[in-house]
Design a protein around this ligand. Structure first.
Ligand SMILES: [Mg+2]
Length: 106
């Protein structure tokens, strides 16, 4: 998948979300997505623990190894929706960050 294709999906999904919440302004959408990000991050952490067999036996018995991929995707998608709602140019932000990280090793 190309990055621009992902950003187009984020644009479409953001509009879908705005329609799901009736009378939600941008600030409330930002707050909702911020809370959602912590929810998704918690789900990802749980999957990482399960992947490494660091969960209770009962949880491991019902665990699906495929879930971890979905949780990584959830965290990225919610992060991108939140960045869009805050008018962050995420492509530029990533380019700048990557440059900054690369410069650490020069
Ligand atoms: Mg999830």
């Amino acid at each position: 998948m190309e990055f621009q294709e992902l950003l187009k999906f984020i644009e479409i999904e953001s509009e879908r979300l705005r329609k799901c919440y009736s009378n939600i302004d941008n600030d409330k959408l930002i707050l909702a997505q911020t809370v959602k990000l912590t929810e998704e991050l918690g789900e990802l952490c749980s999957e990482v623990l399960a992947h490494k067999s660091l969960q209770r036996k009962q949880k491991l018995e019902n665990h699906d190894q495929e879930n971890i991929q979905e949780e990584f995707a959830d965290v990225l998608i919610v992060t991108l929706i939140l960045a869009k709602a805050m008018n962050i140019d995420i492509e530029k932000a990533l380019e700048n960050k990557i440059d900054k990280i690369n410069k650490r090793y020069e």
